[in-house]
Design a protein around this ligand. Structure first.
Ligand SMILES: [Fe+2]
Length: 384
């Protein structure tokens, strides 16, 4: 029998020091596939997005033949960033500094004052550096290395543990987009996401629709998988109880919450009525951003209103306030499980500063995910 490990794997500095943070950017985020968005973010030739992958800013676009391409977003002249954020229908890529210009295949096509200033320059030698881009379940992923191992080799093994959801058939619920700044290290946010112990406690009032005692979790490679069924009373009347229209291609015997964490920083949340990405962006040792995007059934807005009304009977008697303080400004009384999670992540980050901080014990089953995740981080960190 495998021995259960309970001592923490990562030291406090892993969550507080700039040196650790910088090494992670190199050893983890520059060497793994990073989430870049949804396939439908790029709909026409010349549409582009940019995404940070560790030390690398990557530019993803659809070229004239609608082929996906990824480049390092760095002008070959003196390294200035070519494009900012995202945009539509560019026909060429021009660096703002000296107007060096590339086509959508990344080939350098125009250099101002070329004949007089660069008489010997062969444009072909200064194409943009290629990166890798691939799609998976309706998502775009990038890798800084043009010769990266295929995405399917990285994510394929976790697929049997994901929900039966087909994100390609769902539509983005634009009002569901959220961006949270969290004053905590990115690993604290991830560890909170995969910690099955707190669900029945911190979220006792906010995630009561799920049966936390029947959670099934594990790792495949570096990726974490999590499933728990719906609570019986919620499931029994699910057609009425769900606040959003049910996802029609999820069979009733497979219904539940699938909440994997794809290494290192992309959580998915696949439920009876929605499918979301939970993208954790490291900003500083004590600061992270979480970007949430959600897809739902493509049905009319009237269907949404009608479903919300039907579910009122189930939800109207719930109290959402953990301590019953009634203070709407208190995250623990907000009725919002995300606000509850942000609160504890930030509290934990603050406590790392006191000399009295230590991990007293790690739950045998319910916190093994955190222990294993830290080992996975460390294995990348030490090999990078
Ligand atoms: Fe939570």
């Amino acid at each position: 029998m495998a021995m259960v490990k309970t001592t923490p794997v990562l030291p406090v500095e892993a969550y507080t020091s700039q040196d650790w943070f910088d090494r992670e950017q190199q050893a983890i985020f520059s060497r793994t596939w990073q989430f870049a968005g949804f396939v439908e973010d790029l709909s026409d030739p010349g549409d582009y997005i940019t995404v940070q992958a560790g030390l690398n800013n990557i530019l993803v676009l659809l070229d004239d033949t609608r082929q996906l391409r990824a480049f390092h977003n760095v002008c070959r002249h003196r390294g200035t960033q070519l494009l900012r954020a995202s945009g539509k229908r560019k026909t060429f890529l021009t660096c703002p500094y000296h107007d060096w210009t590339y086509n959508l295949k990344g080939e350098l096509t125009a250099v101002p004052e070329r004949k007089s200033q660069f008489p010997d320059l062969d444009l072909k030698t200064l194409c943009l550096h290629n990166a890798s881009v691939e799609t998976w379940r309706g998502m775009l992923f990038v890798h800084p290395d043009a010769d990266a191992d295929p995405l399917n080799q990285w994510l394929g093994p976790i697929e049997p543990y994901l929900g039966p959801h087909q994100p390609e058939k769902l539509v983005e619920y634009v009002e569901g987009r959220a961006r949270h700044t969290i004053h905590a290290n990115w690993k604290i946010v991830v560890e909170n996401y995969i910690d099955g112990y707190h669900l029945a406690h911190l979220h006792a009032e906010t995630l009561f629709m799920y049966d936390h005692r029947r959670q099934q979790t594990g790792f495949v490679g570096h990726h974490f998988h999590f499933y728990e069924p719906l609570a019986k009373d919620y499931l029994d009347g699910i057609e009425d109880n769900s606040p959003l229209p049910l996802i029609d291609h999820v069979p009733k015997d497979k219904i539940g919450a699938y909440v994997p964490m794809l290494f290192p920083n992309l959580g998915l949340s696949e439920t009876e009525s929605s499918w979301s990405t939970f993208y954790v962006i490291p900003v500083a040792p004590d600061k992270s951003i979480v970007e949430i995007r959600t897809k739902v059934m493509p049905v009319s807005s009237w269907t949404y209103v009608a479903q919300e009304w039907k579910s009122w009977n189930y939800f109207k008697h719930r109290k959402w306030d953990k301590y019953g303080t009634g203070d709407a400004d208190d995250p623990l009384a907000s009725g919002d499980f995300m606000a509850e999670d942000i609160y504890v992540c930030e509290q934990q980050q603050r406590s790392l500063k006191t000399p009295y901080f230590s991990i007293g014990a790690t739950a045998k089953d319910l916190e093994q995910s955190v222990y294993q995740y830290q080992r996975n981080v460390l294995s990348y960190f030490e090999s990078g």
